[in-house]
Ligand binder design. Structure first.
Ligand code: 13P
Length: 235
């Protein structure tokens, strides 16, 4: 299974290094063989060799150049980064990234052979508009994306569940994952208010190949517990 931590705009460079060290040592001590990915803030990237894969939360689709404030491939390459998160709801809705921009990023980093974790998910108003409207909205987020890319991982993260403590029911997660699996056979993660208290049951669900965790993953101990749950399930 795939257990991923999105640290967002949290932790300093020093605290991130400590965090990754703690996770790394837990994975070794407990012989965890699951795929564990950590996405630190860009300023906390560093060379890392070990069981933890370190990925970038975002990057600009360029090798380098005049893109003030952005990070290009050259800056990722310096730290051996080959994994990137694209389409997170905070980039779509807070930063205002369009589907067109996400597609450019996707294609650029796909060409470079990156592993891509591509996020999809609906805001509350869309969910409340009913099943068909919701699926139409999510389908549009697949527009322009190569759903058969072999290094693709998809994360279903309902926007209203992110950082709110709310989650869909377990039945709803199974149902939507089943529909999303028809769009792509890529591994499919669930994200949105996953905590140590619900991780085990979410991981055990049909069609759930892993989790993408935000706030609860900020505690290395909690994140490690989730990795252990996944190891015990060993789906
Ligand atoms: P929370 O786990 O804080 O809800 O965040 C989920 C998320 O956005 C992971 O990318």
């Amino acid at each position: 299974m795939i257990i991923a931590a999105n640290l967002k705009t949290n932790l300093t460079r020093e605290k991130t290094a400590k965090y990754i060290k703690e996770v790394e040592s837990f994975l070794s001590k407990n012989s965890i063989s699951q795929e564990v990915i950590v996405f630190p803030a860009i300023s906390s990237l560093n060379l890392h060799v070990g069981k933890v894969t370190v990925g970038a939360q975002n990057a600009y689709p360029a090798i380098n150049g005049a893109f003030t404030g952005e990070t290009g491939y050259e800056q990722l390459e310096e730290f051996g980064i080959k994994t990137i998160l694209i389409g997170h709801s905070e980039r779509r809705h807070v930063i205002g990234e369009t589907q067109g921009m996400l597609v450019k990023k996707f294609n650029f980093y796909k060409e470079l052979g990156f592993k891509i974790i591509y996020c999809v998910g609906e805001p509350l108003a869309v969910r409340e508009a009913g099943h068909d409207k919701m699926m139409e909205y999510i389908s549009n987020q697949y527009e322009g994306i190569d759903a058969s890319y072999e290094k693709l991982i998809i994360a279903y993260e309902p926007v209203w569940a992110i950082g709110t403590g709310l989650t869909p029911t377990l039945e709803d997660i199974v149902a939507i994952h089943k529909e999303l699996k028809e769009k792509s056979s890529a591994p499919l993660l669930y994200g949105g208010s996953v905590k140590v208290t619900n991780a085990k049951e979410v991981l055990a669900l049909d069609g759930v190949d892993g989790i993408l965790v935000g706030s609860a993953a900020l505690y290395a101990e909690h994140f490690c517990t989730m990795c252990e749950y996944a190891q015990k399930l060993d789906k």
